[in-house]
Design a protein around this ligand. Structure first.
Ligand SMILES: [Zn+2]
Length: 337
C-alpha cells in the first residue's frame, strides 16, 4: 500500500493527514498535537517524524507505506520552502532563520517532501473538494482568519509565483471607498497598505478598524462595554450569526469587500469557482448563505457568461492545510512515477 502524508506545521499546533492513491483521506477528524516550533528545527523535525508514526498507526497503515510527504507552514518562506532569513512570527527560534524546511524534512524522513505555504495548501483543499485532484479547473480561494490568506489554482495548478508569494490575496488593493456605511474609515493593513482585502476582511480588520469605527458611532454598545477590543472582536461572528445589528453590519462590510475582490478575480482569471474559507464562516448554513448573498450583491454586474460563477464555502477548515499539502504531494508523486 502507498500513502502520502500531509503535515500542517504552525506556530502552536501541528496537524497530520494521510491520503491513499485513490484520493481517500485515511484520517477523518483532526490529528493534532501542540507544535514544538519554538524549540527550533532539530526538535521540530524530530516531532514531525514521531507524529507521522502516530498518524500511520491511527490510520492502520505502517510508516513504511508513506511514500511522499507534503508540508505546509505559515510564511514568509520561499516557494521552495526556505524560511525568511529575517525570521517569522511563527518560527521565532534563531535556528529557523533562513532554514530550508523542505530539504531538512526530506533528509530527516528519507522521502520526497513538497512544500506549500498554508494559504496555498488551504486553497488546494478547497479546490479539491469541488473538482477532485485531476480535473482541469480554475478557482480562487479567500480564507478569512486572523489575516486573509488563500490562493489561486489555475487549470489545477497552484500559482506559487517567482518567490513564493503568489496568492497573497490579502494585500490586493480594493476600491474600498465604494463600500457604503464606512465613510471616513481609513483601514490600514499590517503590510502598510490602506484598503487592501485583509484590512477589511479578517479578524484583525475587525479588531483594528471595523469595531473601533462602529463602536465610535454606537456608544454604549455591549461590545464597547467589554473595554477589550481583542476579546470583543472574537465575539462579533457569533453575535452576527444571532442577528445583532452592529455585528451584522461588520460582516456585511466584510462581504462587500470580498465581493469587490472577487470581481477583480473574475476579470483576471475567469474562474470556474470562487471559494470562501476560514474561521469567519465556521457558522450555520443560514449565515453562510446570507454572507454569500451579500458578497454577490457587492459584485458589479457581470457579463452574461460569468454571472453564474458559483461561490462555495470550504468545508473542514481545521484540516484544510494538511489535506491540501497531501493532495499536492500526491499529484507530484504520481507525476514522478
Ligand atoms: Zn495588506
Amino acid at each position: 500500500m502507498h500513502v502520502v502524508a500531509g503535515v500542517d506545521l504552525g506556530g502552536t499546533a501541528i496537524n497530520y493527514t494521510l491520503i491513499d492513491e485513490e484520493e481517500h483521506f485515511l484520517i477523518e477528524g483532526l490529528c493534532e498535537h501542540p507544535a514544538l516550533s519554538k524549540q527550533g528545527p532539530a526538535i521540530c523535525l524530530q516531532q514531525i517524524e514521531d507524529g507521522l508514526a502516530v498518524a500511520a498507526a491511527t490510520a492502520g497503515v505502517s510508516l513504511a507505506d508513506i511514500v511522499a510527504v507534503g508540508l505546509d507552514t505559515p510564511g514568509p518562506a520561499s516557494a521552495a520552502g526556505v524560511l525568511s532569513a529575517r525570521g517569522s512570527t511563527n518560527f521565532v527560534h534563531p535556528d529557523w532563520a533562513g532554514f530550508d524546511m523542505r530539504s531538512g524534512l526530506e533528509k530527516k524522513l528519507g522521502r520526497p517532501v513538497n512544500y506549500l505555504n498554508d494559504g496555498n495548501a488551504g486553497a488546494l483543499w478547497g479546490h479539491f473538494t469541488i473538482f477532485g485532484a485531476t480535473r482541469v479547473a480554475t478557482s480562487i480561494s479567500a480564507i478569512i482568519g486572523t489575516g486573509l490568506g488563500g490562493g489561486v489554482i489555475v487549470d489545477g495548478n497552484v500559482v506559487k509565483g517567482r518567490s513564493g508569494f503568489g496568492g497573497e490575496l490579502g494585500h490586493v488593493l480594493l476600491p474600498y471607498r465604494s463600500i457604503a456605511g464606512i465613510e471616513g474609515l481609513n483601514p490600514v493593513c499590517n503590510c502598510g497598505r490602506t484598503g487592501d482585502l485583509e484590512s477589511l476582511c479578517s479578524l484583525t480588520a475587525i479588531e483594528k478598524s471595523l469595531l473601533p469605527y462602529f463602536l465610535g458611532r454606537n456608544p454604549g454598545h455591549q461590545l464597547g462595554q467589554l473595554g477589550d477590543l481583542h476579546k470583543a472582536a472574537k465575539l462579533v461572528r457569533g453575535l452576527a450569526e444571532d442577528g445583532e445589528p452592529l455585528s451584522r453590519e461588520i460582516f456585511r462590510v466584510q462581504a462587500h469587500a470580498l465581493g469587490l475582490f472577487f470581481d477583480e478575480m473574475v476579470n483576471t482569471f475567469d474562474p470556474d469557482a470562487l471559494i470562501i474559507g476560514g474561521g469567519a464562516l465556521e457558522t450555520g448554513e443560514d449565515f453562510q448563505r446570507w454572507f454569500i448573498q451579500e458578497t454577490r450583491k457587492a459584485m458589479p454586474v457581470q457579463r452574461l457568461e460569468q454571472a453564474d460563477i458559483p461561490i462555495y464555502v470550504m468545508p473542514n477548515g481545521d484540516t484544510a492545510g494538511s489535506r491540501g499539502a497531501a493532495i499536492e504531494a500526491l499529484k507530484l508523486y504520481r507525476r514522478a512515477l
